[in-house]
Ligand binder design. Structure first.
Ligand code: AMP
Length: 131
C-alpha cells in the first residue's frame, strides 16, 4: 500500500479537502503556498498517464471541482495544476492557488501551522460540499 493509499483510507492522518468514492484530496504537508492541495485516485496507480482514459477523465473533473472549491475558499487569480510524481509513486495532481508565477516555485516552501492547515482544509471542504 502506498502512503497516499493509507491517507485516503484514513490510516495516516491528513487535512482532508474533498473526497468521493474514487478520489481524495488533502493538503500537502510541505506546501509551496497556502492551500497547496494534492488530489489522488483511491486506486493505486503510479504514473498518471498510465491511467485508463475514463478514469483519467473522471480524475481531472474531480480535480476541477477541488480547484473551484480552493478558489472559493482561498481567493486567488487562478489555481495552477502541476503533475510531478517524483517523490511519491501514487498518481497525484498538485493544485496551488496563484497570483503570480512566483507562487508556484517547488524550491520554496512555506510554514503553515497545524491549526491553519486545519482551518484551510475545512474551508475548502465546505466549499467543495456546496458545489
Ligand atoms: P511529487 O511526488 O514530487 O509530486 O511530490 C509529492 C508531494 O507529496 C510533496 O509535495 C510532499 O510534500 C507531499 N507529501 C508527501 N507525504 C505527504 C503526506 N503524508 N501528507 C501530505 N503531503 C505529503
Amino acid at each position: 500500500m502506498t502512503i497516499f493509499s493509507k491517507i485516503a483510507a484514513g490510516e495516516i492522518p491528513s487535512y482532508k479537502c474533498a473526497e468521493s468514492d474514487k478520489f481524495y484530496a488533502f493538503l500537502d504537508i510541505n506546501p509551496v503556498g497556502k492551500a497547496h492541495t494534492l488530489v489522488i485516485p483511491r486506486r493505486e496507480v503510479d504514473y498518471i498517464f498510465d491511467m485508463e482514459d475514463d478514469e483519467l477523465a473522471e480524475f481531472q473533473v474531480f480535480a476541477k471541482k477541488v480547484a473551484r472549491a480552493i478558489r472559493t475558499a482561498f481567493p486567488c487569480r487562478k489555481v495552477a495544476q502541476i503533475v510531478l510524481g517524483l517523490e511519491v509513486d501514487h498518481a497525484h495532481i498538485h493544485l496551488v492557488p496563484i497570483n503570480s508565477e512566483a507562487d508556484v516555485d517547488f524550491h520554496k516552501h512555506v510554514k503553515v501551522s497545524d491549526d491553519e492547515q486545519k482551518e484551510i482544509a475545512a474551508k475548502i471542504l465546505t466549499a467543495f460540499q456546496s458545489l
